[in-house]
Design a protein around this ligand. Structure first.
Ligand code: PGA
Length: 263
């Protein structure tokens, strides 16, 4: 089985709960766009702003080739779920949705079961889903990263089938590397992404699993991105803090385009 899926690499900008006003959000997306559109034929770039900025950002992105995504969704399509946003509401605005981010698992108590339901709901609406997995520092220190990540992948993909593979992305984000500046050793990232690819193959079939893209996330920046995107099982990156600086994010996109252009 080849380690590279046929699709383009994906570089995703997870803005999290930033910026706090619309003018800054629009400045940021315009800055990213000015460079990213030049690489749109080699790298799929997607931006994940907070919900209130999605519509305005979507208007800037029209016909740019750069995609838009939401940072979360609920698993039901409508109803009495105060504060939630359904994938049915997102599907005409966004191409992507992130589910199971570790900050939601940590601060909002999201479980593997919720992540599985969100994954299935997003895919059923035609959205691409980036499902996040990753071990805590304690697991890493105890040498149990593989067991934790395997369990998250198996639980999160419980309702997925081979038909979903082209719209399914798994982001491996060791929790201890997120927002800490302590990016993972590429060897550890490589072994874990290889494990994820194997598990996905066991679940939906090796042929379909080849189309599932796997990203690395956790303190990715312009200086270290090459060491991840050149790894055999890595199909791009999920970028948090560094995606709030247009020049730095643009550099991440450029490096990714160059690395994949040489593969
Ligand atoms: P970071 O965040 O790049 O700031 O570490 C990554 C993420 O949480 O997706």
């Amino acid at each position: 089985m080849s380690s590279r899926p046929p699709g383009m690499p994906l570089v995703a900008a997870n803005w999290k709960m930033n910026p706090t006003n619309i003018d800054d959000a629009l400045d940021l997306v315009r800055g990213i766009l000015s460079v990213a559109r030049g690489h749109a034929d080699r790298v799929e770039v997607s931006i994940f702003p907070p919900f209130p900025w999605l519509l305005a950002v979507s208007e800037v992105l029209v016909e740019s080739g750069v995609k838009l995504g939401a940072q979360d969704c609920f698993w039901e399509m409508s109803g009495a779920y105060t504060g939630e946003v359904s994938p049915a509401m997102l599907k005409d605005l966004c191409q992507w949705v992130i589910v199971g981010h570790s900050e939601r698992r940590l601060y909002l108590g999201e479980t593997d079961d919720m992540v599985a339901k969100k994954t299935a709901a997003g895919l059923s609406c035609g959205l691409g889903v980036i499902m996040c997995v990753g071990e805590l520092a304690d697991h890493y220190d105890a040498g149990t990263s593989d067991q934790v990540v395997s369990a998250q992948v198996k639980a999160g993909l419980a309702s997925c089938s081979a038909d979903d593979s082209a719209r399914l992305v798994i982001a491996y984000e060791p929790v201890w590397a997120i927002g800490t500046g302590k990016s993972a050793d590429p060897e550890h990232a490589y072994k874990t992404m290889r494990l994820i690819r194997r598990i996905v193959g066991e679940m939906i079939g090796a042929g379909a699993a080849r189309k599932v893209r796997i990203l690395y996330g956790g303190s990715v920046n312009a200086a270290n991105v090459q060491s991840y995107v050149e790894l055999p099982y890595c199909d791009g990156c999920l970028v948090g803090g560094a995606s709030l600086d247009a020049a730095e994010f643009a550099h991440i996109v450029k490096v990714t385009a160059e690395v994949y252009g040489h593969r």
